[in-house]
Ligand binder design. Structure first.
Ligand SMILES: Cc1cc2nc3c(=O)[nH]c(=O)nc-3n(C[C@H](O)[C@H](O)[C@H](O)COP(=O)(O)O)c2cc1C
Length: 207
């Protein structure tokens, strides 16, 4: 029996560590973040190093890697300048636009124009929402934690307003079949939900 591939991050190549991380932590939800610059230009980009981190108050996190030259991506620059971003859930009808919004557009071009997506005004923050998706969380920057020797930025935002289209709900819950979310795998691959499994706890109560 062949043994496991063993990797010690202290000595392994960075590329192999990355491939192992993104091939193992799967499928990842995608934080599609809309922001505006201090000059008012809107920006939209996906981040799959993304999750929910707190409930009271509600908080979500995005890890926004630096560009290869060490500079910060437009999303992070905008969040630092304005203290605001909006999380847009990625659903199946717009998954290709989501991928296209990751192309390296110049700062003066808006991904809304480039992808044909429609900006929709937010309630408490300046960044617009993506009209074509049913869930948006308006967020204010809580903290940027810089990780490791390359100061890899982990952005934590407090959710200050939530929008959920009732068309993706059933009986007070967000209905996964109606939502139809998209997750990121590795490489150029993405996933829809496939089969949904259900198993109740012994007492029947949700956890
Ligand atoms: C599905 C998907 C997930 C991504 N996840 C991340 C991520 O977690 N962190 C990151 O820094 N870049 C990620 N990227 C790349 C950024 O979206 C890309 O660098 C984008 O151009 C950044 O835009 P900005 O400079 O306008 O902020 C991802 C791209 C795709 C398509």
């Amino acid at each position: 029996m062949p043994g496991y591939l063993e990797l010690d991050p202290a000595t392994a190549e960075r590329r192999q560590i990355y491939r192992t991380l993104v091939g193992s932590v799967v499928p990842r939800p995608i934080g599609w973040a809309s922001t505006v610059s201090s000059e008012g230009r809107s920006n939209l980009a996906p981040f799959s190093f993304f999750t929910v981190v707190c409930v009271v108050p509600p908080m979500i996190s995005l890890t926004i890697a630096r560009n290869p030259d060490g500079s910060e991506k437009h999303t992070l620059k905008n969040i630092r300048q304005t203290g605001e971003f909006c999380f847009n859930v990625v659903t199946e009808p717009v998954w290709k636009e989501m991928v296209d919004s990751a192309n390296g557009f110049p700062a003066e071009d808006s991904e809304f124009d480039e992808t044909g997506l429609t900006p929709l005004a937010s309630v408490k923050i300046k960044p617009p929402r993506v009209k074509e998706v049913p869930i948006h969380f308006e967020c204010r920057l809580h903290q940027v934690i810089e990780l490791g020797p390359n100061r890899h930025p982990l952005v934590i935002g407090e959710v200050v307003f939530m929008h959920v289209d009732p068309a993706c709900m059933t009986g007070g819950y967000i209905d996964m079949r109606k939502l139809n979310p998209i997750g990121r795998l590795n490489g150029f691959f993405y996933a829809t939900l496939g089969e949904i499994l259900e198993r109740k706890f012994d007492d029947g109560q949700p956890r």
